[in-house]
Design a binder for this molecule. Structure first.
Ligand code: PMP
Length: 445
């Protein structure tokens, strides 16, 4: 099946620096993946019936409300959640629901002043929890020798044990945006619950790449309390942030956004917060077209089947890893071959700054990748050898502190990756030529 034509922008041709017209190869899906054409078209079509959901009487408003409820149910079904969960749409990415949870849960259980996070998190799943709690316990991901060990359950249990019941919740990524590793979040949920801590799973990098089931019927302790993701990480730009969480906990949390829609009555003296969870959490007008296109995209993903999506990506990422590890000048991060991962690989070319590699890939080969630290400074620092991080010359620091990230989407093909590997080999083989080009550009600017 050729998925490329189902997405917008996969047929883009661009001019490279050596005046060739080339097909753009998009390998930056972990930042935002490309849009699914059909869901954009449907949400465009919906605009003929556009209205605000809060209006109760006229037909278009009722239709809009029904579509939002449909999107919520589609999301719940996709993520294996039952009626004990509620879906909340917040802002335009996962950062919003993470902040909502951090603030809400810290106020809900002030006696539990500690939060447990891994040091492999995106800043959005670290800073909101950090600033709302007295104490942070970090799970390191590396052993004493600096070797990568990933999400170590023994360490998590040890830290929970030593916290004397003070951990409010464990916030963990579903899949890392640097290593691609899928965390054992169900096992972590079980441990957290044994110590009366909740669990938040940051599903930004997981939701489009592997199947998720929040509820575990056989072992309810390992069910997930909160799962968050962004529409733009699952082929839906104009992306709502999504929080799907346990109703009984959400119901106890004070709102953080106040305004129209989230109250049942207001006088100049006081107000009553709406009882219905969805009303209470949704102050103001929702991102209605974004929610509808997200519902359509998720519907599409269910038809493709997430097991097949995962298997396809496994084949591609294993192929890429095998090819890259045969090139002596390629340094792969972290220093371990991770078996359970989504389609993300981070690398550097020996003695070539990450930015130069990425520029050449873009300018000469039409390949889009991301470079630098991917909003995960502590993790990237731990992956890079100390000498590299501790360089004193400030101008060199920025050149070498960081990596190149290759990340895949449903539209990625083996041909794309073959081309990427060939391009990397050409860069290594002709690096003096490329360096000269960029020096020339610098001088002419
Ligand atoms: N968590 C992870 C794992 C991510 O990859 C990202 C985006 N790179 C975020 C959080 C933040 O997502 P957003 O920009 O949609 O808020």
């Amino acid at each position: 099946m050729n998925y490329k034509e189902l997405f917008i922008g996969t047929d883009l041709y661009i001019n490279t620096s050596d005046q060739k017209k080339t097909e753009r190869i998009y390998l930056d899906s972990a930042a935002s993946n490309l849009a699914l054409r059909s869901s954009q078209e449907i949400s465009q079509e919906y605009l003929n019936y556009y209205a605000n959901a809060h209006t109760k009487v006229h037909a278009a408003a009722k239709f809009t409300t029904e579509l939002i409820v449909w999107a919520e149910n589609t999301i719940k079904n996709f993520l294996g959640a039952d009626d004990t969960y509620s879906v909340v749409f917040l802002g335009n990415g996962v950062t919003f629901p993470l902040n909502r949870l951090a603030l809400g849960l810290s106020k809900l259980r002030p006696e539990k002043d500690t939060v447990m996070i891994s040091s492999m998190e995106h800043h959005s799943n670290d800073l909101p929890h950090r600033v709302n709690h007295e104490k942070v316990m970090y799970i390191s991901g590396f052993d004493e020798k600096g070797d990568y060990i990933g999400f170590d359950l023994a360490e998590i249990e040890q830290q929970l044990e030593s916290s004397n019941g003070k951990v409010n919740y464990v916030a963990i990524t579903g899949a890392s945006n640097v290593s691609g590793e899928i965390s054992p979040y169900h096992e972590i949920a079980k441990l957290a619950h044994q110590y009366d801590a909740y669990i938040i799973v940051d599903g930004a990098q997981l939701v489009a790449h592997a199947s998720v089931s929040l509820v575990n019927k056989e072992d309810p302790l390992s069910s997930v309390d909160f799962f968050v993701f962004s529409g733009h990480k699952i082929y839906t730009p104009g992306s709502p942030g999504v929080l799907i969480g346990k109703k009984e906990i959400l119901a106890q949390m004070e709102p953080i956004f106040y305004g129209g829609g989230m109250v049942s009555s207001v006088t100049l003296k006081d107000f009553t917060v709406a009882e219905h969870l969805s009303d209470k959490e949704h102050a103001g007008t929702l991102n209605i077209p974004g929610i509808i296109s997200l519902g359509c995209t998720i519907n599409f993903m269910q038809h493709v089947e997430m097991e097949k999506v995962y298997a396809k990506e496994q084949h591609l990422i294993n192929y890429l890893y095998a090819e890259l590890s045969q090139i002596p000048e390629v340094i792969l991060y972290p220093n371990a071959n991770i078996t359970n991962k989504v389609g993300v690989i981070c690398l550097n070319l020996q003695n070539i700054p990450h930015e130069l590699t990425s520029l050449i890939l873009n300018d000469y080969f039409g390949i889009a990748v991301r470079n630098e630290c991917f909003c995960s400074h502590p993790f990237v620092k731990d992956c890079l050898v100390e000498e590299l991080w501790d360089i004193e010359d400030e101008s060199a620091v920025n050149l070498y502190r960081g990596m190149v990230r290759v990340s895949l989407g449903l539209y990625t093909t083996e041909k794309d990756l073959e081309f990427f590997v060939q391009s990397i080999k050409k860069i290594i083989g002709n690096i003096d030529f490329y360096r000269m080009q960029y020096e020339l550009i610098d001088k002419t600017n």
